[in-house]
Design a binder for this molecule. Sequence first.
Ligand code: IMP
Ligand code: MG
Length: 184
Amino acid sequence: MAAEEESRPWRDAAVRRLISEEEIRTAVEQLGRQISDDYGDRPLTILGVLTGSIMLVTDLIRQIELPLKLGLIQASSYRGTATTPSELRINTTLVPDIADRHVLLVDDIFDTGKTMEGLMESLQSFNPRSIKSAVLLWKKVRTIVDLEPDYHCFLIPDEFVVGYGLDYNDEYRHLPYIGVVESD
Ligand code: IMP
Ligand code: MG
């Protein structure tokens, strides 16, 4: 464990490290280079998916050497009773004009894939030139949609993870690494 993490035991004592800050930094740098290469000088609009993507978006855009615009989109799943399927709500208030633009949706994690699928569908009505997706984490064993993320940094097993934007009951988003909350 890095000395800098040892000095902050109050906030994360029960979190088992899965992916370190350093590993994330290296992967995000590589992702930024890959996106820069793939898009060449085609103007790109990055849409960060609130709230989980905030750290990835701010780190990633600094690694992209392209003309680029930034927007945000909000997605949240509401799970009702056990018999009610989860309902995806999408808020496009913070989406800039993406007509005829290349769009890259950036989210923290691709789990079942329902969120990304719903976001892509809802953005079609804004007539973008193309839409792709980039995520930090891909829980591939749980994916049920006929869609895969175009870019991902890490494949992870079927565990509930927190940190680097990801939350458990809106907590732990500020941790600079990815970890698993150990139950008592
Ligand atoms: P999906 O629609 O099942 O792909 O889920 C995507 C959303 O669920 C993500 O944007 C997260 O907000 C949330 N989510 C899925 N898995 C995790 C996890 O392990 N930790 C925290 N949030 C998660
Ligand atoms: Mg999310």
